[in-house]
Design a protein around this ligand. Structure first.
Ligand code: SF4
Length: 366
């Protein structure tokens, strides 16, 4: 890398955000760090439409620019349109949290003079400030991956090198966890409460949000019949309301759970924009979820969470929250990071309804 970035010389900064909901939450501590360091700069966040809601009310950026590569910026003409928009904005620097070659190419074609990011995907030659990944941070939580990029670029003390190797378990003993907190304004939360009331949710009962899907693949999903049994028990024994969330393509999973239940559950699967989903999760007393984007949202909103893990590693991508419980059986083949299980899915089948219920009821009464 050349010399460190000089924040006081940069007045217009473009930040390329990440593409997935979970990553967009895990990048928040780094984004907050950028805001602090570039306090005088106008910061524009370039993101895909489906994650833009995460930063809609964040004070760490000044503007959101949507990269709509499915429609408005589709194909060569669409990309040219985006490049024109970026050129007209006269950014002095681009900071790329997204790792793809294309992110660097767009910044270069937009004639942004300073282009900084990790040297990945064969794009080092397009960057003026390429940063090599420090292998010492690879066992850490992914938030440190983004934080370390900022620290290296600004030649700051590197928080990742002083971090615990097990940030979740050692939360009480080691330096504070990176701040992933997300705020929801009163009007948005009020609108979410109204929506819940309109869906027939009794506001005087505890509200449990459930996310039984996982965009990554079926390997990450706990079993539908167990979700159904768990939710029935929570309704019967805790008197709770249950709302099932998820993306439109996960409607089949939600319906199959509801069809197996004895009690009614409200399905909002596929019926919420990300912005509204965030506000709805913020209204929950408890969130039960597979390893997924909504799991990270619940952690960022400080909602007590039970997170069910199997093929993935909670040290790297677990919910960064002291009020989250991770259930992981750590079978011999885990973490395999596969989308579909090639064997008998033992990492998930060994997680029982009883143990999820125990953690859920403890968090509910805490
Ligand atoms: S291979 Fe093992 S860790 Fe991976 S999904 Fe199957 S049971 Fe789970």
């Amino acid at each position: 890398m050349n010399q460190a970035l000089q924040p006081d010389k940069i007045k217009r900064l473009l930040v390329r955000g990440t593409n997935w909901v979970g990553d967009s939450v895990m990048v928040l501590p780094a984004l907050k760090q950028v805001r602090q360091e570039f306090s005088q700069a106008h910061i524009t966040l370039l993101v895909l439409p489906w994650v833009s809601g995460i930063c809609e009310e964040a004070d760490c950026i000044d503007q959101i620019l949507i990269y709509d590569r499915e429609r408005h910026h589709r194909g060569i003409r669409g990309r040219a349109r985006l490049i024109q928009t970026l050129r007209r904005s006269h950014f002095e620097a681009a900071l790329l949290f997204q790792n793809a070659f294309e992110a660097a190419l767009l910044a270069k074609l937009a004639r942004i003079p300073i282009r900084a990011g990790y040297r990945r995907d064969g794009r080092g030659w397009l960057l003026t400030h390429p940063v090599s990944i420090d292998l010492r941070i690879s066992p850490l939580h992914q938030t440190y991956y983004y934080l370390d990029l900022v620290d290296q670029l600004l030649d700051r003390p590197r928080v990742a090198l002083g971090a615990s190797r097990t940030p979740i378990q050692d939360a009480a003993k080691v330096p504070p966890l990176p701040d992933i907190s997300l705020q929801v304004s009163f009007p948005r939360k009020q609108a979410a409460r109204n929506r819940l009331r309109a869906e027939g949710i009794d506001p005087h009962r505890k509200l449990i949000g459930v996310n039984p899907g996982a965009a990554f693949g079926s390997a990450k999903r706990w079993l539908s019949d167990r979700y159904a049994e768990l939710l029935d028990r929570l309704i019967e024994q805790q008197g709770a309301n249950v709302v099932v969330f998820g993306a439109p393509r996960e409607l089949g999973i939600a319906e199959s759970i509801r069809s197996l239940m004895r009690h009614p559950a409200t399905l909002l699967t596929g019926k919420t924009e990300l912005c509204e989903l965030i506000a709805l999760i913020a209204c929950c007393d408890l969130f039960i979820t597979n390893d997924s984007g909504p799991m990270h949202l619940a952690a960022a909103l400080q909602v007590p969470t039970v997170a069910i893990f199997g093929p993935t590693n909670e040290i790297a991508t677990g919910p960064l929250s002291p009020i989250a419980v991770v259930l992981n059986k750590k079978v011999e083949c885990s973490p395999c990071l596969l989308r579909e299980c090639p064997i008998d899915h033992r990492c998930m089948t060994r997680i029982t309804v009883d143990e999820v219920y125990q953690h859920a009821s403890r968090l509910l009464s805490a």
